[in-house]
Design a protein around this ligand. Structure first.
Ligand SMILES: [Cu+2]
Length: 636
C-alpha cells in the first residue's frame, strides 16, 4: 500500500531500474565482448543505480560497433568507470545484503554500519576484485587477493564515506519505513546510497587506474566465440587475432598496455609510498567522517526493531538523544492497520444499550483502528471504541451494577480509566499501576457499582498522550436516582472536545510538543461545519454537558445569545447558592461542566471555543468558522 508520493516515485524508479538491468544483461551477453565478471559488475550496478547504471554502460562500455570495444574503452575516464563499477558491484552487494540482515536482527544502526562496511569490503575484495584481477592477470586467487587489498581498501573507504551518511540520515529520518527491508523506501535509500558511494569513489578509482593500481575495463575475445577477433577487424587493429588459445585477454591487454603503458601479466605501478599513504589515510578519514558524523544529528543507537516503519510528524524535534519510545509515541497511525472506514454521515457517541446478566448491566467496548470522517473529504485514522468517535456514550443510573468488557484490537496494549468514578482500585484502569495493560486480543472486565450521578468520561490510561489523542474516549452520563426538576432542561447536548493532527495523509496524536500541534478540532468527532445543529424554540432550555475529552489544551467554551448558568462541575451538582452565570467557561482536559442556557431570541446562536485557531480547519475558516463550533438554531 502506497502511503506517500515517494512510494509512487520509487515504484517508477525501480521499474526503470528493472528495465535498464534487463537491457544491460541482454546486451552484455549478446553484444559486448568483455569478461563475465565485468558483465556482472554492470548488471548489478544497473540494478542498484537504475537508469544511471544504464547511462554509464552505454557511454563507457557498450561496444559501439563490432570490433571497436578495445579502442572505445581506452580513455581514462572510462577505465575509471570500469574500475568503480567492479568495486561498487562487490561492495554494494555486500553492504545491501548486510543491511537487510542486520535490519532483521534488530541491531543498533551504528553496529549495522560497521557490519555493512566489513561485509562490503569482504564481498568486494574476495569476490569481485580478486576474481576480476585473476581474470585479468592470471596467477593464483590468493595472489590476487593480496594485490587487490590496498586498492580495494581505498575504493571501499570512499564508497562507504558516500553511502553511510545517506543511509544514516534517510533511514533515521522522518519516514523510518526506510529501515525496513520489506518497504520500497529501504531499497530507495540503498539505491541513493550506492549512487552517492559511486560518486565519492569514482575520482579515486581514476587515480588508481592511472597509477596502474587497478584495472578498469577490458575486452575478451575468446577464440571460437562470437566475439572472437577477426583478422580483418578494423578497430582491433594490428593487435587482434594473435591471442594464444587459453589466454583470454590478449587484445584487452594490448589495449591496457596502450592505456597505461603496463606489461602483460603484471602491472607496474609508479605510485610512491608517500602517495599511497596519503590517499589511504584520507580515505580512512573520509570513511570515519561518513560513519561517525551523522551521530551528531541522529540517534544511531536505535534499531529497525525499535523504530522501523514509524513515520514522524513534520517539525518533531528528533536529535541524537531522542529515545525510541518518544518516536513511537508520536508516530503516525499506520494506515495499513485501519480495519474499517466510516463516512461523514456516521456519528459517534451513540448511546450503547447494555444487556442484562443477573441484574448487571453489561457493556462491551472494542478498541480498534479505523478511518473516521471529520469533514467532507477529511479523514483521520483513529483509535476508537466500537467504530465510533467519540466512543459510545455509556448511560448509567445511580445505583446500577455495571460491567464493561474491554476488548483490545489495537496494535498496542491499552486500558480504560473511568474518570471521576468512585470504584475499587483494581477497576480504575491505570496501566502498570492498578492493572497489567490489556494486550492485543485480550479482554479485561471492569465491574463496579455506580454510586454517583452526573457527567463523566472514560478514556485510555495506557500511553494516554498517544491513545486518547487518537480517539480512545467517550462520555459517561449517570442519571440521578432522584432527578432534581430544577436541573432538567427541555433539550440536552453533550459536547466532547478533541484535537487532531493530520498532515500529508497521515494522522498523528496531537500534543503540546514540537511537531505535535493540532490543526483540526472536533466536537463529537466532527469539525464545523459538519458538527450537528441543536434545534430548539424561544423560551426553551438547553443543558450542555461540556466534556474535556481532549488532552492537550484548555478550551474557553462560549455560547452566544446570552449567559448560561453553570449547574454542575466534574459531575458534582452545585448547590443553588454556588451556581453562577457566565458566557465563557474554561474546559480543561478531564473537566466537565453542565450549563443550562435559555433561548431568549430566535436565530442562529453559536457554541464555540474562544481560541480563534480552534475554530478553523487546518487554519481555514469555512462557512464562518471551523473546528470547535456548532450552531443552536432557535425558532421563534
Ligand atoms: Cu479551544
Amino acid at each position: 500500500m502506497f502511503l506517500q508520493p515517494i512510494d509512487y516515485f520509487l515504484a517508477v524508479w525501480f521499474a526503470l531500474a528493472a528495465a535498464s538491468t534487463l537491457y544491460v544483461g541482454i546486451d552484455q551477453y549478446r553484444n559486448n565482448p568483455e569478461p563475465a565478471v565485468m558483465k556482472w559488475g554492470f548488471i548489478l550496478v544497473t540494478l542498484y543505480m537504475g537508469p544511471i547504471g544504464l547511462l554509464l554502460y552505454v557511454l563507457a562500455d557498450k561496444e559501439p560497433r563490432p570490433g571497436e570495444h578495445e579502442r572505445f574503452i581506452q580513455p581514462l575516464w572510462k577505465q575509471g568507470v570500469g574500475s568503480t563499477i567492479h568495486c561498487v558491484a562487490g561492495d554494494a552487494t555486500g553492504i545491501i545484503l548486510a543491511a537487510a540482515i542486520t535490519a532483521a536482527l534488530g541491531l543498533p544502526m551504528w553496529l549495522d554500519l560497521i557490519i555493512e562496511y566489513l561485509a562490503g569490503f569482504a564481498f568486494g575484495l574476495f569476490v569481485f576484485q580478486a576474481l576480476f584481477m585473476k581474470s585479468m592477470m592470471g596467477g593464483t586467487y590468493w595472489e590476487n587477493v593480496r594485490r587487490s587489498f590496498l586498492p580495494e581498501f581505498i575504493s571501499m573507504n570512499f564508497m562507504m564515506a558516500g553511502m553511510a551518511p545517506v543511509m544514516s540520515f534517510l533511514m533515521m529520518g522522518r519516514d523510518m519505513r526506510a529501515m525496513v527491508p520489506t518497504e520500497l523506501l529501504f531499497w530507495g535509500v540503498m539505491s541513493l546510497g550506492v549512487i552517492a558511494g559511486f560518486a565519492m569513489a569514482y575520482p579515486w578509482n581514476v587515480w588508481l587506474v592511472k597509477r596502474s593500481l587497478k584495472h578498469g575495463l577490458m575486452t575478451e575475445r575468446r577464440p571460437g566465440s562470437k566475439f572472437a577477433a577477426k583478422p580483418a577487424s578494423k578497430a582491433g587493429g594490428g593487435h587482434a587475432g594473435h591471442g594464444a588459445a587459453g589466454r583470454k585477454t590478449s587484445t584487452a591487454a594490448a589495449a591496457m598496455k596502450a592505456a597505461h603503458g603496463g606489461h602483460e601479466g603484471q602491472m607496474a605501478s609508479d605510485a610512491t609510498g608517500a602517495q599511497l599513504a596519503a590517499v589511504g589515510g584520507v580515505s580512512l578519514l573520509a570513511l570515519a567522517i561518513g560513519m561517525i558524523a551523522p551521530a551528531n544529528w541522529v540517534n544511531l543507537s536505535l534499531s529497525a526493531k525499535q523504530v522501523g516503519g514509524a513515520i514522524m510528524p513534520p517539525g518533531m524535534i528528533m536529535d541524537r538523544d531522542t529515545p525510541a519510545e518518544a518516536m513511537i509515541d508520536m508516530a503516525a497511525v499506520d494506515p495499513r492497520q485501519v480495519t474499517a472506514r466510516y463516512d461523514l454521515g456516521v456519528r459517534g457517541a451513540r448511546e450503547l444499550q447494555p444487556r442484562l446478566e443477573n441484574g448487571v448491566k453489561v457493556f462491551t467496548l472494542t478498541a480498534s483502528v479505523f478511518r473516521w470522517t471529520i469533514l467532507p473529504g477529511v479523514q483521520v485514522d483513529a483509535y476508537g471504541f466500537n467504530g465510533q468517535l467519540p466512543g459510545p456514550t455509556l448511560r448509567f443510573k445511580e445505583g446500577d451494577q455495571v460491567r464493561i468488557d474491554v476488548i483490545n484490537r489495537l496494535p498496542e496494549s491499552t486500558t480504560v480509566h473511568w474518570h471521576g468514578l468512585i470504584l475499587p482500585n483494581i477497576m480504575d484502569g491505570p496501566a502498570h499501576i492498578t492493572q497489567a495493560p490489556i494486550e492485543n486480543g485480550e479482554v479485561y472486565r471492569y465491574a463496579f457499582k455506580v454510586v454517583q450521578s452526573g457527567t463523566y468520561l472514560y478514556h485510555s490510561h495506557d500511553h494516554v498522550d498517544r491513545q486518547q489523542a487518537l480517539g480512545l474516549y467517550g462520555a459517561i452520563i449517570i442519571d440521578p436516582a432522584k432527578p432534581d426538576p430544577a436541573l432538567v432542561a427541555d433539550h440536552e447536548y453533550t459536547l466532547q472536545i478533541q484535537e487532531w493532527l493530520k498532515r500529508e495523509g497521515l494522522t498523528y496524536p496531537a500534543m503540546p510538543m514540537d511537531g505535535g500541534q493540532p490543526n483540526y478540532f472536533t466536537i463529537n468527532g466532527k469539525a464545523y461545519p459538519s458538527t450537528e445543529v441543536v434545534r430548539m424554540k424561544v423560551g426553551e432550555t438547553l443543558k450542555v454537558r461540556f466534556i474535556g475529552s481532549n488532552n492537550g489544551f484548555i478550551h474557553p467554551m462560549h455560547i452566544h445569545g446570552g449567559p448560561f448558568e453553570v449547574v454542575a462541575r466534574d459531575g458534582e451538582t452545585l448547590a443553588p447558592s454556588a451556581r453562577f452565570k457566565a458566557d465563557v467557561i474554561n474546559v480543561g482536559p478531564g473537566q466537565r461542566y453542565d450549563v443550562i442556557w435559555t433561548a431568549l431570541k430566535p436565530g442562529k446562536w453559536l457554541i464555540h471555543c474562544h481560541i480563534g485557531h480552534h475554530t478553523t480547519n487546518n487554519n481555514v475558516e469555512m462557512n464562518g468558522g471551523g473546528g470547535l463550533m456548532t450552531v443552536i438554531d432557535v425558532a421563534p
